[in-house]
Design a protein around this ligand. Sequence first.
Ligand code: PEP
Ligand code: MG
Length: 838
Amino acid sequence: MAQEIEFAFSVPGGLHARPASLLRSAVSRFGSAAMFVNRRSGRTANARSTLALVSTLTRHGDPCALLLDGADEVAAAEAMRGFLRDDLPLSGESLPAAPRPLQTSTALPRALSAAAVPVLRGTRASGGIARGRVVIGEGLAPLADGHVERAGDAAEEIARLDRAFATTIAALQVRSAGAANETERAILGAHLSILEDPELRSRIEDEVRSNGVSAPQAVRATIGHFVGILRASGSDSLEERALDLRDLAGQLVRAVSGDSSEASTDLTGAAVLVAEDLAPSGFLSLDRQHLRGIALGGGGRTSHTVILSRAAGIPCVTGLGEAAAAIPSESETIVDGERGLVVVNPPPAVLRFYEAEMEKLATIRSRLETFRTAPGRTADGRPVEVGANVASLEDVRLAFASGAEGIGLFRTEFLFMSRQEPPSEDEQLHVYSEAARMAGGRPVIVRTLDAGGDKPIPYLGIPREKNPFLGYRAVRMYGEHREIVATQLRAILRASAFGKLKVMVPMVATVEEMRGVRALVRQLSEELAAEGVLFDPGLEIGMMVEIPSAAFLLGALSKEADFFSIGSNDLAQYFFAADRDNERVSRLYSPLHPAFLRLLKQIVDEAHLAGGWIGLCGEMGRDPLRAPLLAGLGLDEISLAAPRIPAVKSALARAGSGECRALLDEALAKKSAPEVEALVRAFSESKRDRAIVADGTVRLRATSRSREEAIRELVNLLHASGRITDADRFEEAVWRREEAASTAIGLGVAIPHAKSAEVRVTSIALLRFEPPFPWVPGDEETVRMAILIAVAEDAPEDAHLRLIASLSRRLMDDGYRETLLSAADEEGVVRLIRDAAS
Ligand code: PEP
Ligand code: MG
């Protein structure tokens, strides 16, 4: 009887080429026929065809079904359930997220609204600011260009198609092998999957046979058919996928015509590419050394071209419409990917504005950079190693680029999934030794196979179980699958000659399980030694603490395990008896619950009592807000997904270890998870730099030469130091006050001010001007100094009035004012202002 899986479609961008190609390769491992049904649109598709899947116009959340029919349908259904639950939702995760849609008012910053040049408005597709000379790109050839080529006989045209597909696929494979990052590889993989789709091929060939058209025309007509379906979908993200199909049509048509050149635009110097649209392959063929920014007439925020530019850090504005066509070649142009603007031939004032903006973005980046490279430690210097969880070599690269101090968890099961047989010893040796090499002496904890439960591996032939999470999984299967485990351990042992590898055993519940693995490692080590193979004889063997029984056995286990790492994902589900993936019981699954924190505390204390090292590698380590609580437990390490590493280090650096312990004690005394959550949040808020003024908010040699520039420079100081959330909005608030009456108060001083929702912490910024200039054009008196007061919205009603009053009073004092104007460094100014504001 056929198997049927009902599910809600889980990928936020809908069923486009990337998830479709993943789904296709997942079902293709089985012999059963696989039919995908979208219950909302009523469309069905052969799940082995990427294009047919894309044509179902499936959106995020659509009710869907997968029907499997054939000899291996039961195993296929089992595997596909896991795939739909665990892998498919991640199919967009490795790609850089789109910038938030612009929430600021559509008002332009003053420097731009005052400029005498048009500012083109588009969509911000990739952040950052670029400056360069315009190079006009070609754009994509239309699918229906009216050009009709005389067709040869069908066999001849089909032979041309064969050659064209072969060359295009080979070219994509070469490009994919040399991809600069995981995003490029994923997108090229999706393109390959479309070209390898048998449905596409047979439709094109049918077109040749039935309508007697030439090969290029058959390609255009067939791809045009699919493009039409996507365009009619009513979903922006699916419509944007039409670009991939047009891109592939262009590549195929060129290949059919024997044109081996790439449609590429030559760039020299700092260049801004302007075009109506740009295909992903067009982007990849551009010389990245010269490409500074991209401005497109068409396009949206989710096309693959946009995703590629984000991954490469190239600012990009799309949706400029016809205005793009009017941008002259060679003109000096700014692409403002932060606001979705393009400025052609910017006058000097606009250039100065953007230079300051670029400097500010660099300051913000370098602030995070400090934490990226710093070791994880609390404010008083207690080390808490911050490691990364990885599942591939690409993840390892990203982990170290993000500041990981080691790999706290290498989930190796992904090397075993999506294939017909286990990876060979040499294949694994390559991965583990490469990871060790990339780590350059930092520790890499390789977890041995954690199959079963939520991680199905069909060729292990795990029988269907009623309760797989409580069933035959991970270390429990090692006896039966000794060969597979021994091969993996041999590969890890051999790779240990290349760096500091450690082994970690998953799902350990008893001392005997650890003894079994240790004995196997001992035996393999002896064999390797006899073979004369190099390995680290001191290789540490540790274990995950993710089963409650282990938590109460740490004294005994520490005789067998060289280290521990808490797997809070599984530990929480077994502790609360609440499936970690079941939405209906997610209320109960709460790692911040005081009961769970008590369990964690007991585990860490026991491990330390036995003289052991203990980290945590579950998801609860991901949230920077929780880092002080975890440090309070006394953990030696926290391991998490790479992108959050700098933020977790920054949260640790703001909290003293004593405070962290006190925070934990307070949390342990609470009665519910929401109470602990509130406590942790309040702690993080209290750690913000609340001092009213700091070195970073004072500049003694300001570059501004007008009130407009000075207000922006002051606002930028607050923005760069993280005290306001949105510079443009806050600048507007300052101007609303300024326009009511000039804030130049005499004595060479101006005190602009505003109270607004963008202010995180009530703050003061200060600039000194040399030479002084009139605050308002025509004023007789000039200003030598401007002091901006930014007041948080939740501050008391009259806070800013009191601040202005006390500052003004001190400024009336000639001695105070002169000391302020002549102070030699920012520190001196900070002291004087703090004194006046208190
Ligand atoms: C865990 O259980 O916390 C863990 C890290 O392992 P996984 O999520 O791979 O089961
Ligand atoms: Mg686990």
